[in-house]
Design a binder for this molecule. Structure first.
Ligand code: NDP
Ligand code: 8X3
Length: 242
C-alpha cells in the first residue's frame, strides 16, 4: 500500500494491534510512543512486512514533536494518515477527591498531546491537499459515568476537537474521522489503576470486552475507504455493552 501512516501510542493495546494489522497490509508506518524498547521490538517484528520508522516522544513535548516530524527521513516525510491514538485514563473517583496530577495527565495527554501532534503534521497535508486524520475518542466522549468526570471530559473534548478540525480541514482536502470505542481489554485499566493488575482485570470480568484487534480492524476499514468516502464518526461497542 503506497501510504505513510503515523500511529501514536503504538507500544501497546489498540495502537500496537493497528501497527501489526497495517504492516501486514504493507503500509509504510511511523510508530510513536514513549517506551523505546517496545518500539524497537515492534519494528524488529514487523520489518519483514513493511517499511517501519520509529519516533520516540511524549505527546506532551511540543518542541520534540515538531523537531522529530521536521527531521523525518525522506521516505517517511510525507504523512498520508495520522492516527491520534495515544491516551489513557489516570485514576477513577469522585470529583471532590480527584488527584490533580491525574487530571493534568489526562488533559495534557489525551487532548493537548493530540492537538500538538495534529498541529505538527496537518500543515503538510493542507499543502498537498490530501491527508487523513483519525482520532481515537471513546464511549466516554459521548456519555459520562460516575467517577470518570475528567477522563470523560478529556474524551468529549477529543470528539469536539475532531469535529472542529474536520470543518477546518475539509476545504483543504483533508479527511478527519473519529472512532469511539467502548470497553477494550488493553493496558488501559492497568494504567488507570496505577499498576494494580487485579483491579484492572476486574473491569473486564463477566462479559466479553472488545479486543485491540477489533478496533484495529475498524481503523483499517476507515483507512482503506476510497478518497471520496470519509467515515465521520464510529461508535464501536462490545455486544455486551449498551
Ligand atoms: P494502552 O494503555 O494499552 O495504550 C496506550 C498507548 O498510549 C500506549 O502505547 C502509550 O505508550 C501511549 N501513550 C500514553 N501516554 C503517552 C504520552 N504521554 N506520550 C506518548 N504516548 C503515550 O491503552 P489503549 O490501547 O486502550 O488506548 C489507546 C487509546 O484508546 C487511548 O486514547 C484511549 O483513551 C482509547 N480508548 C481506550 C478504550 C479501552 O477501553 N481500552 C476505550 C475507548 C477509548 P507509551 O506508554 O509507550 O508512551
Ligand atoms: C475507555 C472506556 O468506558 O473505561 O475510554 O471509559 S471507559
Amino acid at each position: 500500500m503506497n501510504k505513510t501512516i503515523l500511529i501514536t501510542g503504538a507500544t501497546s493495546g489498540i495502537g500496537k494491534a493497528t501497527a501489526e494489522l497495517l504492516a501486514s497490509l504493507g503500509f509504510r508506518l511511523i510508530l510513536a510512543g514513549r517506551r523505546k524498547d517496545r518500539l524497537v521490538e515492534l519494528k524488529d517484528n514487523l520489518r519483514h512486512l513493511a517499511k517501519i520508522h520509529i519516533l520516540n516522544f511524549d505527546v506532551r513535548d511540543k518542541d520534540a514533536i515538531s523537531k522529530l516530524i521536521a527531521g523525518l527521513p525522506k521516505d517517511f516525510r510525507e504523512i498520508d494518515v495520522l492516527i491520534n491514538n495515544a491516551g489513557n485514563a489516570y485514576g477513577m473517583g469522585p470529583i471532590h477527591e480527584g488527584e490533580l496530577d491525574d487530571w493534568d495527565n489526562m488533559i495534557d495527554i489525551n487532548l493537548k498531546g493530540l492537538l500538538y501532534v495534529t498541529r505538527a503534521i496537518s500543515p503538510q497535508m493542507v499543502e498537498r491537499k490530501s491527508g487523513h486524520i483519525i482520532n481515537i475518542g471513546s464511549l466516554a466522549g459521548v456519555e459520562t459515568y460516575p467517577n470518570g468526570a475528567v477522563y470523560c471530559a478529556s474524551k468529549h473534548a477529543v470528539v469536539a476537537a475532531s469535529e472542529g478540525m474536520r470543518k477546518d480541514l475539509n476545504p483543504h482536502g483533508v479527511k478527519v474521522s473519529t472512532i469511539s470505542p467502548g470497553l477494550v481489554e488493553t493496558e488501559f485499566s492497568e494504567v488507570r489503576f496505577h499498576g494494580d493488575k487485579e483491579k484492572a482485570a476486574s473491569v473486564y470480568k463477566g462479559f466479553l470486552p472488545l479486543s485491540a484487534f477489533d478496533i484495529a480492524e475498524t481503523i483499517e476499514f476507515v483507512v482503506t475507504r476510497p478518497d471520496h468516502v470519509n467515515i465521520g464518526d464510529m461508535l464501536v461497542l462490545p455486544s455486551a455493552q449498551a
